[in-house]
Write a protein that binds this ligand. Structure first.
Ligand code: MN
Length: 718
């Protein structure tokens, strides 16, 4: 019994219904060590058990699909981790088995690969626009940390395309379009020609079945008539190589259907022009032989002028190397000949994947990123001509991105820098959306605005009428656009708020002098503005609102009262509603709340700062009475204010949590807690809490005071 049969015999029932497993094992045992083949078998058992009872649309047992995906990768001689992940790639998405189980059985690397493939499956391509497709390809590449994830995904897509006939027509067209727009270009970009060619032909076949059939028939017909000629020329080439003692293979090249179609539709060529060309590939052992063979075939048939290309000395941008020449054949028909070494052929077919091909002598301690970098470095080395830096840059950006890609609710893709938050997203959609954003949803779940975004997420911004940007956002936004927009808005907001406040302050001071803005009149006002060097009323109000100019002095100046003349200090107070914005702030020394007796201090550039009457800082009042103004609270204020309480407790475990719970029960948020002192049997804690007013604060202090482990509660801290 051969080795594959021995392994198969270990599986109960599996040897009879093998689902492509035997062929896979035979492929693997040709290049992988025994224990690795056995571990792939273990993955098969695990996968077959997990998918047990599931069927493909074609009616076949589900496990035949992952085995076929693994076969594709085994044909490229990929390492056993990639093969194992291929077998398990649909397990997490489609069965009860968990990622943790995969990690336990097959290690973290395989689990990481399976997880990566599942994540790619979750993002859906929705739009057809060209630029959108490009962004989508970038997003897919940005999402993967290990290139092998995309290799499994491409193989998965390939097998799904091969079995697409079982799907309904509309689905077929969508999947085929997506394959041509997204997956084939990714395969091309990574230099994996074999995937690219198969994905394109299958995509073409399912998207344009009629055109495919016509072209396929024409190609078959011409191949039939060409067969004799191809055989004759192949033998001629072989004999010439043998005569010169050059080892090598000559292959009559098949036409790639989609490339024929594209040549016809893009270059407007006739079918016969594209088809009546004979293609040959000669694969030799080293670079010297390439040039020797070139000389030999040029001796056999006359080369067509201007058609020779040396991609060996100057490789193509994705690392492709080969000599290309076109000869006049026996009856004058063109013969296209490619000449390259085995290594070049391998790279031409597998591209980036050639770096994960299993090599027995190689230690596999290089990280996936390291290997992808190696591939790029190789490309860079090949690019001695320097014409392809642009390509290298774009691949590098794709594989090591500093960007993330997220969806708008409509399915448009938005690129953002890594670490960008929902607010950055809002501003990148539109400045207005950013300015009015109040909440954000990621994949339909509400999240805090500061949440950093991840690749592939769908982000939705909830806006509110009259909502404004919050200065705190500046601490977490990442994009210049968001930062500038928030700053600008702050500036204009602040200025309009100070204009409002300044006008109120001036009105009040004028009233003290039995005057008003109306009584003063336009003429006096404009001459006063001239004297002050200001352009308009708004500028004057703004300066007063910001505390840069004092309202009582300005009022006296406008009315024309002598500076020396004594007026009674103002008795009318300014009413504070708590909605003034940034020009009215609440002192951090005494934390005033509605119900407290308060005074306002005009602070230059900051507007009015509200203090409690019993605040120690009020002693300044005597020194600068003109800077203090009487204020009072509006009746119904609907917002919370910070307030500080000091709590002395017994040193019992859990007492801090109990106090916090009691405060929470009183419908107050705790902003901050700090321990002021800890003695042998008591602790002193300071809580910054949010309350509506004095009554609310008193209720909370009462319930805290009534707690068994609490000794004393006071407002403010010693
Ligand atoms: Mn699959």
């Amino acid at each position: 019994m051969d080795y594959a049969a021995t392994l198969l015999a270990k599986l109960p029932g599996a040897s009879r219904r093998d689902h492509g497993l035997r062929r896979l094992i035979e492929t693997l045992e040709a290049y992988l060590p025994e224990e690795q083949v056995e571990s792939v078998m273990h993955a098969y058992e695990f996968g077959a058990a997990a998918h047990d009872g599931q069927k493909r649309k074609s009616g076949e047992p589900y496990i035949s699909h992952p085995v076929a995906v693994a076969q594709e990768l085994a044909d490229m001689h990929l390492d056993s981790q990639a093969i194992t992940a291929a077998i398990l790639h649909d397990v997490v998405e489609d069965t009860e088995a968990s990622l943790a189980q995969i990690e336990e059985n097959f290690g973290p690397e395989v689990a990481g690969l399976v997880d990566g493939v599942s994540k790619l499956d979750q993002i859906q391509f929705r739009s057809r626009a060209e630029a959108q497709a490009e962004s989508f390809r970038k997003m897919m590449l940005a999402m993967i940390e290990d290139i092998r994830v995309i290799l499994v995904k491409l193989a998965d897509r390939l097998h799904n395309m091969q079995t697409l006939d079982a799907m309904p027509a509309d689905k077929k067209a969508r999947i085929a379009r997506e394959t041509l727009d997204i997956y084939a270009p990714i395969a091309n970009r990574l230099g994996i020609n074999r995937f690219k060619v198969m994905l394109e032909d299958l995509g073409f076949r399912h998207l344009y079945p009629m055109r495919y059939r016509v072209l396929d028939r024409a190609l078959r017909r011409s191949k039939g008539s060409q067969r004799q000629m191809v055989k004759k020329i192949t033998e001629e080439f072989e004999a010439t190589l043998a005569g010169e003692n050059i080892g090598g293979d000559v292959i009559g090249r098949e036409k790639h259907l989609y490339s024929v179609y594209r040549k016809m539709s893009e270059k407007k060529r006739l079918l016969s022009d594209v088809v009546d060309v004979y293609g040959f590939r000669i694969i030799v052992n080293d670079v010297n032989d390439c040039y020797k063979v070139l000389g030999l075939v040029h001796g056999l048939y006359k080369p067509m002028p201007g058609r020779f290309k040396d991609y060996v000395a100057i490789p193509r941008i994705n690392g492709y190397q080969s000599l290309h020449t076109t000869l006049f054949g026996p009856k004058g028909q063109p013969l296209e000949v490619q000449i390259r070494t085995r290594d070049m052929d391998r790279v031409a077919e597998s591209g980036v994947a050639s770096h994960w091909q299993y090599k027995a002598e190689e230690k596999s301690d290089a990280t996936p990123q390291r290997r992808a970098r190696d591939w790029l470095a190789n490309l860079a080395e090949l690019q001695s001509s320097g014409t392809s830096e642009e390509f290298l840059e774009s691949v590098k950006v794709d594989l090591f991105p500093d960007k993330i890609y997220v969806f708008t609710p409509k399915g448009d893709i938005m690129p953002l820098p890594k670490g960008a938050t929902t607010v950055d997203f809002a501003y990148s959609v539109h400045t207005d959306i950013g300015n009015r954003c109040v909440a954000a949803k990621i994949d339909r779940g509400l999240v805090p605005l500061r949440t950093p975004l991840q690749n592939g997420q769908t982000v939705e911004i909830v806006t509110g009428r009259g909502a404004r940007p919050n200065p705190n956002w500046l601490s977490f936004v990442r994009t210049a656009k968001a930062r500038t927009a928030i700053r600008n808005h702050m500036k204009t907001m602040r200025s309009s708020e100070s204009v409002d406040l300044g006008k109120r302050l001036l009105d009040r001071s004028l009233k003290d002098l039995d005057s008003s803005l109306r009584k003063i009149g336009k003429t006096r006002m404009s001459s006063a503005l001239d004297e002050l060097g200001l352009d308009n009323n708004e500028e004057l109000f703004e300066q007063i609102g910001l505390g840069e100019r004092l309202a009582p002095l300005t009022a006296r100046f406008l009315v024309g009262v002598n500076e020396e003349g004594e007026t009674e200090p103002s008795t009318a107070s300014l009413v504070i509603a708590g909605t003034e914005g940034m020009v009215v702030s609440y002192a951090r020394c005494c934390h005033p709340i509605p119900g407290d007796d308060v005074m306002g201090y005009l602070s230059s550039g900051r507007g009015i700062v509200i203090h409690r009457n019993n605040c120690g800082n009020l002693s300044n009042f005597r020194k600068q009475p003109e800077k203090w103004i009487a204020v009072s609270w509006e009746k119904d204020i609907d917002r919370d204010f910070n307030s500080q309480i000091q709590v002395e407790t017994l040193n019992k475990p859990g007492v801090l949590a109990e106090v916090a719970a009691t405060i929470g029960d009183g419908r107050s948020n705790i902003e901050q807690v700090s321990v002021l002192g800890r003695h042998e049997d008591c602790s002193v804690l300071a809580f910054m809490i949010q309350v509506r007013d004095r009554i609310h604060l008193a209720q909370i202090m009462r319930s805290v005071r009534n707690m068994p482990n609490v000794i004393r509660v006071t407002r403010d801290c010693a």
